[in-house]
Structures are given as structure tokens and as C-alpha cells.
Design a protein around this ligand. Structure first.
Ligand code: CMP
Length: 140
């Protein structure tokens, strides 16, 4: 089915100047960018976005990393978009990510892991709505 997913290119990958290379991978996999914005997240925004991880030991580091520089946020649309984007990203820990995935190629650590992608349809809808008003999402 045609799905939507929320993708974030994290501060490490933005700093490495690989936004375009990552967008090319989305496009080559049949995922369309239907909304996009660059944001330097506040602590409050990052904490709210990652609220499900609030009790995890890595939460503080996660918020501090995600606010360390601008991120590029996009909604992607396409066949099976949630799983397809997760395949493109590779495992959360770049040391465990398959060869040729975004994280294997561009990430340095489990914190600085280049990209975020929604993990399920329910979270995708919540995450897209967190960053994009409906009028700014351009289904095509
Ligand atoms: P992301 O998909 O953005 O969701 C939460 C982030 O927390 C994750 O990617 C990692 O960058 C970061 N993180 C740090 N340590 C861990 C961990 N032990 N397990 C899962 N995520 C972690």
C-alpha cells in the first residue's frame, strides 16, 4: 500500500553535507519527498518528539545531540514507505547496519546515526503531524 513516513536527517549528516546523497537514495527507492523543512530543534521540541524514550538511559544524550545543529525533516510517500525507509537506513547501531545502508555509509555511532525514520504507521502519522500542518504536505 502507499504509505507515508517521517524522516529526519540528523545534525551529524547535515554537518557532513550529505543531505543530497540521502535524498538520492530515497528517490532511487521510489520514495517521494512530499514535505520538507530544515529546523534547529529546541530542547523542548526534541524532548517532545522523543517523549517515548523519556525513561531510557540515553534520553538526555539523544536530546542534546538532536539539538546540536540543524536537522532536515521530510515526509516521504511511496509503496511500503515505512519499511522501505527502514531498509534504506539500516540498523540503529551503525556497527550493525548492513553494507550500503545510509547508517553504514554515513553514521558514526548509535547517537550520531545520521537518520531517523518512523517505525510504524501509527507513529508515522503522529510524527508527520508533529512537524507538518496538513496544508504543507503535498501528496503526489
Ligand atoms: P532514532 O531512530 O532517532 O530513535 C531514537 C534514537 O536514540 C535512536 O535513533 C538512536 O540514535 C538513539 N539511541 C541511543 N542509544 C540507543 C539505544 N541503546 N537504543 C536505541 N536507540 C538509541
Amino acid at each position: 500500500a502507499i504509505e507515508r513516513t517521517l524522516s529526519i536527517i540528523k545534525p551529524d549528516a547535515v554537518a557532513k553535507n550529505v543531505i543530497g546523497q540521502i535524498y538520492s537514495r530515497f528517490e532511487a527507492a521510489g520514495l517521494k519527498v512530499i514535505a520538507a523543512r530544515m529546523v534547529h530543534l529546541s530542547e523542548q521540541q526534541a524532548g517532545q518528539f522523543y517523549a517515548v524514550h523519556k525513561e531510557r538511559p540515553f534520553f538526555k544524550d539523544l536530546v542534546s545531540f538532536m539539538t546540536s545543529g540543524p536537522v532536515m525533516i521530510q515526509a516521504l510517500e511511496g509503496e511500503n514507505a515505512i519499511a522501505r525507509n527502514r531498509e534504506l537506513m539500516g540498523a540503529t547501531d551503525p556497527k550493525k547496519a548492513d553494507k550500503g545502508t545510509i547508517r553504514a555509509d554515513f553514521a558514526d555511532s548509535i547517537d550520531a546515526n545520521a537518520v531517523h525514520g518512523s517505525d510504524a504507521a501509527e507513529t508515522a502519522a503522529v510524527e508527520i503531524a508533529f512537524f507538518f500542518a496538513g496544508m504543507n504536505v503535498h501528496s503526489r
